[in-house]
Structure formats: C-alpha cells, structure tokens
Design a protein around this ligand. Structure first.
Ligand code: CO
Length: 213
C-alpha cells in the first residue's frame, strides 16, 4: 500500500486552489452553473477512501447526492441516513438510489471475525445479522476471501431491501413517483462495478410484514 504522507493539511488547501483554476479553465461559468443542485441519483456507499462516488462513475459535482458510512448500511433507525433519503426522494426527487458496496470491505471483514473492535462492533452487528440470514450459503464457501466477497454482496442486497422497507421509499412508489433502487459492488482490484441485478421500483418482493398499504 502506497503511503499518503505527502498529503498534508497545507497541501489540501493548495489542491483546492488548483481545483478552482482547473475548473474555471475548463468552464468560466463552472461555479455559476452549480448554484443549484439537481442530482438524479442518491448514492449510499462505504466511507472507504478508495470508493469515491464521482470518480468511479466518471461524474461531476452536482450529479450525485452522496451518503456514506462504514459498510454502506441502510439502518432504519439511523436519523442521518433517513434525513438524507427523505431529502433526496422528497425534495430533490432523485430517480435512482444506489447502494454500493465493495469487495474487501474492512467493515464486512471485521463483522465476519470473532474480534472486538470497540464501539463499531454495535454498527457491525447489522452485518452479523446479514451473515446469520445467509449462514448456510456462506458457511459452505471454504475460501475465506470468496466467503467475504459473498457477504459483501449479500450486505448490499439486504441494504437494498432495507431501503425498500422504509416508508419514505414505499410512499414515493405509492404516489407514482419514479424511483428505482439498485445494488452494486465495486472491485478495488479492477475498478469494475458489479450490478447485483436487484433493481426494483415496487414493494412486490418484500415480505408481507414489511409492506405498507
Ligand atoms: Co468498506
């Protein structure tokens, strides 16, 4: 792993000056054009520094509304996530919500282990719940890396399901608003995004107990 010691506090501010110069060189109206935002996508991704939403999708500022936390989780009591989701769906009227995980996710690896990591154990508990639900399939995978990759995928799929279970998403669907939810997994090794093919725009597949009228 390359060391990032060359990234200094002062260096970040110098980088900002360079960003402004580059942006204005490309488009003198760059900042005027971004006085309002109208992003069609909400991204729920991992906080991991190697998975930046814009770079890996070749998009620009203003194009993706972003929420990131450890292991790209959609936890129904998380006021931060719910506030972002509510604003994105009901004010920005995004057309897509994408949960993006990544192979080799430290949060998922930690959740698979029997080690304690402190406070974060309570956050990672949600991933242990995902493991429990898919234990049979996961335990049958002997290669540990393969098993963790599969858990990364299930974690994305279950968090897409968690999105569908929210009243925010179900109310948007009920009112006829166009809203598609998707699950992706990004490969740090190749840069490729793997679509989990769980895209949905209705609550048909939800267990009955989670469906709102
Ligand atoms: Co991660």
């Amino acid at each position: 792993m390359e060391h990032n010691n060359h990234i200094t506090y002062e260096g970040l501010l110098a980088g900002n000056k360079q960003f402004i110069a580059n942006a204005l060189k490309e488009d003198p109206q760059y900042f005027e054009k971004l006085t309002v935002q109208n992003p069609p996508v909400l991204w729920i991704g991992c906080a991991d520094s190697r998975v930046p939403a814009n770079q890996i999708t070749n998009t620009k500022p203003g194009e993706i509304f972003v929420h990131r936390n450890i292991a790209n989780m959609v936890i129904h009591t998380d006021m931060n996530m719910l506030s972002v989701l509510d604003y994105a769906v009901n004010v920005l009227k995004v057309k897509h919500v994408i949960v993006t995980g990544h192979y080799g996710c430290g949060g998922v690896l930690a959740a698979m282990s029997d080690q304690q990591f402190g406070l974060i154990d309570n956050w990672l508990r949600h991933i242990k719940d995902v493991y429990r639900v898919h234990e049979k399939e996961l335990d049958a995978i002997t290669d540990e890396k393969e098993r963790s990759n599969r858990l990364v995928e299930w974690n994305v799929i279950e968090n897409v399901n968690n999105l569908c279970k929210t009243s925010i998403v179900q109310n948007a669907w009920k009112s006829g608003q166009e809203l598609n939810v998707h699950g992706w997994v990004y490969s740090l090794a190749t840069g490729v995004i793997n679509d989990m093919n769980v895209s949905t725009s209705n609550n048909d597949k939800l267990d009955k107990v989670f469906k709102f009228k």
